[in-house]
Design a protein around this ligand. Sequence first.
Ligand code: GDD
Ligand code: MN
Length: 423
Amino acid sequence: MTAQHPLALLEVPSGPLQVFDYPTVAQNAHVHNQGTLKSQHSIKFSLIIPTYNEGTNIQDIICLLSGLLDQAIPGEYELLVVDDNSPDRTWEIAQGLMSQYPQLRVMRRQLERGLSSAVIRGWQAARGEILGVIDADLQHPPEVLLKLLNAVEQGADLAVASRHVEGGGVSEWSLARRFLSRGAQTLGLILLPGVVGRVTDPMSGYFMVRRSAISDRTLYPLGYKILLEVLGRGDIGQIAEVGYVFQERQQGESKVTSKQYIEYLHHLTRLRIAGGRLGRIQQRFEIPLGRLVRFGLVGFSGVFVDMTLLYLLSDPTTLGLPLNLGKSIAAEIAIFNNFLWNDAWTFGDLTSSQKGIQKRFKRFLKFNFICLAGLVLNLLTFDVLVYLLGVNPYLANLIAIAIVTVWNFWLNLKLSWRVTEVK
Ligand code: GDD
Ligand code: MN
């Protein structure tokens, strides 16, 4: 069995991104999450070093970290390099260091990619009671590690290295970069005050957390900012911060692109939704919120199609068709427009397993039928509200539209785009 070989690479955990409340060892490479066993012993501390093309840094950082930790907690720690199959073969270089550094373990991921998930996969394979992360490029000063560790041992659930407390800072950042970094933080504060506001440096990628504070909770990280996820979904009581100066990169290149900024925004909104009342309702009733929003947007586009066509067909200055005829054609084409968008976008993930023109046509017929029924419901609701309950017609129209949108969405989800699980 390869797993027993001392210098072998670690197996890559699969399944949900969830850290167990006890350290696990893989029983068998093929049945990962189901087949985990409680490992013989746990250790005090596991430190993940995520890498992508850090071949020029990896030896230095391992050497520095081992030196520090061998002094402080000999034999009670492990260093876990999680490399995403770097073209410069960082994983191979790291593996070559294992004989020299017995506390070093290396994981090479070939299927998944991304900083945040790399960190969690590393934690999943870790044996420590305290789980940490540090960049491989020496921008995070290793000495701070012992202060962080000390803080957790003193009772903190989370210890964060911060650029924004005493002793912290950045080395030679341009005004623009400082501005961007602070802007991102401010945005986070507005969207997620209860999460982002708990630390001075929510962007920090240098921190450690008690295993018990995040165990058995599925994490849904996105992009770079794993700390947000830990703060947002973990059970974090006491927090400690330690100042540090973010060093300039000496070797290799940063992997940050504009994509990471977009992902950051997406991550913030997702956490915001998950944490709010809406998120609790969504989870309780399993409402596919993203899909509903897409459906609503498509519906909105249909209104424009409908209006434009009505004008082109029935306006006296254009074709001048009878109003009822014009309206019917306009509505039908709008329904067709909505179907195309929904089929490709709103339910695109479901459509991909139901290919073929015939199936598509069937979906269209169902969609059409449900929408027409929706129209009847729309009128009925409107009439009841206005004539029976005396509601203002515009308000009544709004309520009717909202009800019909939900009706249309739900029935179409259940009938038109339903995927039968049976194979
Ligand atoms: N496994 C893996 N997969 N590692 C990655 C990936 C990836 O897709 N992308 C980046 N890394 C590794 C890098 O090799 C490095 O060790 C670390 O993650 C940080 O990447 P950088 O590209 O150097 O990021 P930075 O210098 O902009 O640092 C920013 O992000 C850090 C991490 O969140 C700053 O915001 C830091 O404060 C923060 O610690
Ligand atoms: Mn860096």
